[in-house]
Design a protein around this ligand. Structure first.
Ligand SMILES: NC(=O)c1ccc[n+]([C@@H]2O[C@H](COP(=O)([O-])OP(=O)(O)OC[C@H]3O[C@@H](n4cnc5c(N)ncnc54)[C@H](OP(=O)(O)O)[C@@H]3O)[C@@H](O)[C@H]2O)c1
Length: 305
């Protein structure tokens, strides 16, 4: 099967090549998915799990991509709840071969059924960004109706979904990002927008929750905005500065089949809008384009027509 592979740690995105790789093995409780569309995260070539398996063994050449939408091609021994031919989407394991391939093996519990009226290219943009936004806002920060949340990087994959989910939950959303993104972010439901290149994040004023996807100085400075009892949550890096009287935490997104299905329903009924950027064929995923996508929004690799 055709796949994009990463062979050398130091080669970065330019080291990705298109190759012939063996058809994946379906382990117990696995599903083999014929991939239609896949998401790729630029930073994943730096993650340890891209290069070693769970036992710490070298696993290069590895196939990147941890989001997919496609059709069940085969069931491993003991797999229940899904059927061959069914449309599915979800997250692949960080330490196994991923979704920039015609076929990939995924644990069935990491996949959710995909409704017929949600396009594969849209569904492939949902798993990491959607689950990260949900888990950050509600599982970790416990955001509730009437609270105020500051969301940084609000036009990005995670931020744009977080703005919409927080707004729907009845929170007041202060969004922060690049000036050019003001209009689009305001259209997603943010009450206020801060241009981080021209304004200090501390101008946001007191908030119950900071949801950060940017890290660095923006993360450090936003700690002082958190009200007593509030939470600073970042997915960019572990916070080094804590709110004076609040929690500060970092987390890594986890698979969640039930939540994925719920997010897909929001997409179907128009409550959640995904910003899909470049859609490229698999062959082009081995080019240097991924360093600087042409269009804003999540870059999606179209694997099958
Ligand atoms: N821990 C986890 O489980 C987890 C899960 C998902 C994502 N992440 C991480 O979260 C981060 C965001 O992911 P994403 O998919 O949302 O990325 P993305 O789509 O690239 O969005 C990031 C957004 O933040 C903006 N931004 C970045 N630095 C900025 C700055 N200094 N000032 C103003 N705006 C800035 C970007 O604008 P420009 O593009 O113009 O810079 C972009 O709009 C990444 O570091 C990713 O690796 C972590």
């Amino acid at each position: 099967m055709r796949a994009v592979v990463a062979r050398e740690r130091d080669a970065g995105i330019d080291g990705l090549t298109l190759a012939d790789m063996p058809y994946p093995h379906a382990a117990e409780n696995d599903v083999i998915v014929r991939v239609h569309a896949a998401g790729f995260t630029r930073g994943e070539l730096d993650w340890p799990a891209t290069w070693t398996d769970r036992a710490g063994r070298d696993r290069a050449p590895s196939i990147p991509g941890h989001e997919l939408s496609g059709v069940v091609a085969e069931l491993g021994y003991g797999t229940t709840g899904l059927t061959v031919g069914q449309r599915v989407f979800g997250l692949t394991d960080w330490a196994r071969n991923g979704s920039l391939a015609e076929f990939t093996a995924v644990e069935a519990r990491n996949l959710a059924p995909l409704p017929a009226d949600v396009d594969h290219t849209v569904a492939a943009a949902l798993p990491i960004s959607g689950l990260t936004a949900w888990q950050g806002l509600f599982d970790h920060a416990r955001l509730t109706v009437g609270q105020t949340v500051l969301i940084t990087g609000a036009a990005g994959g995670v931020g744009s979904i977080a703005v919409q989910l927080a707004r729907e939950a009845g929170a007041v959303v202060i969004a922060a990002g690049r000036a050019r993104d003001r209009e689009i972010v305001s259209g997603l439901g943010a009450r206020t927008f801060l241009d981080l290149d021209a304004e200090d994040v501390r101008d946001a004023g007191e908030v119950d929750v900071v949801f950060d996807v940017v890290g660095g100085d923006v993360l450090a400075r936003s700690a002082e905005l958190v009200r007593p009892g509030g939470t600073l949550v970042s997915v960019a890096m572990p916070p080094e500065v804590r709110p004076a009287d609040g929690r500060a935490l970092y987390f890594v997104v986890e698979p969640d089949r039930v939540r994925l299905a719920d997010l897909a329903q929001r997409v179907r009924d128009g409550r959640l809008r995904l910003l899909v950027g470049d859609v490229r064929p698999l062959a082009e995923a081995a080019g240097g384009w991924a360093r600087r996508p042409a269009a804003p929004g999540r870059t999606i690799i179209q694997v099958a027509a």
